[in-house]
Design a protein. Structure first.
Length: 516
């Protein structure tokens, strides 16, 4: 199977039709019935395959200038033109064979016992979990054979998101389970092209002399293994072509396939086939990447170095606006390169953020969310950013007060350990629509130099109303077995006082209330 020439990526068209396509078919029937999105059997595959297509375009079609980028945005290439571009790298995209896609070039060195194919999936229980019979969340034995299409998607998703896997089992280039942010277009083609960078931005920080095939696709040569202690065992921007950011290979893996006499169904998509994958061999100490600022991930600065952001419990929402859409006021959090570049276009758009919340090697949850990208005139951006930062800060303060009040209502002054993140998650979700409506209003006010006070006051009212409603829903509806009405009333009164105090008004830049 060749991942350039064969039809293996499941997509959905505008008329609702679902079908597999080859990557070069992205622009097929763009005017009448465009492809809208990847439609694989799993949401993490959707995110991974969208990155696969972006990476393929960036690898083979990097525009030399901004004008070149605009040419394809205004007049997309025909499928045959894409095919001619993609075929230049088709030799590196064979799923089987001596130089197999994202697989170790020295299979004889992979001497550990084979693993079941389910271990390619991010949420699969680890060996220790299975041995101790603790695979409660995801049970063993659910996935025993995969078709070629699902195997390719799973392999790419694992190499892109690889979590901690034990001694020497390296995480992905962006660490385990990175947060990815993608600009959404009206079609899958537009989504992909909006996330391709011009040459000057793409090559920044890399050695222009690293142009060998293996510098781009590491499986085409002996693995740059990492047994040696750092820095000898690390791979940095000076050791590779920027294309390898999309085709990183932290795990040493070799797939094993079976050719059966009769077709059987794939355990993920249900497709019948005789060419199936049931296990793979592996070995630790694959490529150890360090110091990269991947174009699709937001970063934060620590020790003067960029570090990729990872999803955390509670999901993705407007509280992450600063760092996903805008740089934070202190400059310590900044959006992905593709988001920064898109904002220079001064047009509205939408952002898709997704990724796994990982606890070392355990996947706790998959998150994805959409949020608006609002065009703001350059001269008004500092003021707009400051206003939004105040809104998020006030919401953070309110969410904290709600959580503390709920803790008091349920447990009083007792020191207990418990996860109340679902309460604050409800609060964030309930206020999200109101937040974006006010952010759009602020966007209109900032260039005109008008006061933001009315918007801030209405936001304060929203925060108060939803905070009390959230408290009431979880404290008084019988969701908890042990309830103390007096304790609940005292906690609610405390929350009401906190919401009416000066702390929130100060956070929003509102004047203190006059007292008689």
């Amino acid at each position: 199977m060749n991942l350039i020439n064969d039809r293996w990526i499941a997509v959905r068209r505008a008329d609702g039709t679902a079908e597999p396509i080859a990557p070069w078919q992205l622009t097929e029937d763009l005017a009448q019935n465009p492809i809208l999105a990847v439609a694989s059997p799993r949401p993490d595959f959707d995110g991974a395959l969208t990155q696969f297509l972006i990476g393929l375009l960036q690898t083979t079609c990097t525009p030399k200038t901004e004008s070149d980028w605009w040419d394809w945005r205004e007049k997309p290439p025909a499928p045959e033109e894409l095919r001619s571009k993609f075929e230049t790298v088709a030799h590196a995209f064979e799923l089987d064979g001596e130089k197999a896609f994202m697989q170790d070039a020295s299979p004889s060195e992979l001497t550990s016992p084979p693993l079941g194919i389910a271990a390619l999936l991010m949420e699969a229980p680890g060996e220790q979990t299975t041995e101790q019979n603790k695979d409660h969340f995801v049970k063993r034995g659910k996935v025993e054979q995969l078709c070629s299409d699902c195997t390719a998607a799973a392999l790419f998703a694992l190499q892109t998101n690889a979590p901690s896997g034990g001694q020497g089992y390296r995480t992905g280039l962006r660490g385990g389970g990175p947060l990815t942010t993608v600009i959404l277009g009206r079609s899958l083609w537009e989504t992909c092209w909006l996330n391709v960078l011009e040459e000057v931005h793409y090559f920044a920080g890399f050695d222009h002399g690293r142009n060998a095939n293996a510098d781009r696709f590491p499986w085409l040569a002996k693995t740059r293994s990492s047994e040696a202690r750092p820095p000898a065992g690390t791979t940095t921007t000076g050791d590779m072509h920027p294309d390898q950011q999309f085709w990183a290979m932290p795990r040493r893996i070799r797939l094993m396939h079976d050719n059966l006499k009769a077709p059987i169904p794939c355990d993920l998509c249900g497709a019948q086939g005789q060419h199936v994958y049931r296990c793979f061999s592996t070995r630790n100490y694959g490529v150890n990447y360090e110091g990269f600022e991947h174009p699709l991930s937001p970063h934060y600065i620590k020790d003067d170095r960029p570090n990729p952001v990872h999803p955390q419990p509670g999901g993705i929402g407007y509280r992450h606006w600063l760092g996903l859409v805008e740089s934070s006021g202190d400059g310590q959090r900044k959006p992905a390169k593709v988001i920064e570049r898109f904002r220079t276009l001064r047009e509205d758009g939408r952002l898709w953020a997704f990724g796994y919340d990982m606890d070392n090697m355990k996947a706790r949850c998959w998150y994805d969310a959409n949020m608006p990208l609002l065009a703001v005139p350059e001269e008004a951006e500092p003021l707009f950013k400051a206003w939004v930062e105040r809104m998020v800060q006030a919401a953070n303060l309110t969410a904290y007060d709600v959580r503390q009040s709920m803790k008091s209502a349920l447990f009083g002054k007792a020191e207990v350990r418990g996860d109340l993140s679902f309460v604050t998650a409800h609060f964030w979700s309930a206020t999200e629509g109101a937040f974006y409506a006010r952010v759009q209003r602020l966007r209109d006010l900032a260039p005109m130099g008008q006061s933001e006070q009315e918007v801030m006051a209405s936001w304060l009212s929203e925060l108060r109303n939803h905070a009390l409603a959230t408290f009431d829903q979880y404290a008084q509806t019988g969701d908890f077995d042990a309830r103390d009405p007096r304790r609940i009333a005292l906690a609610r009164n405390g929350l009401s006082k906190a919401l009416g105090g000066k702390k929130l008004r100060e956070a929003l830049g509102l004047p203190s209330r006059k007292t008689s």
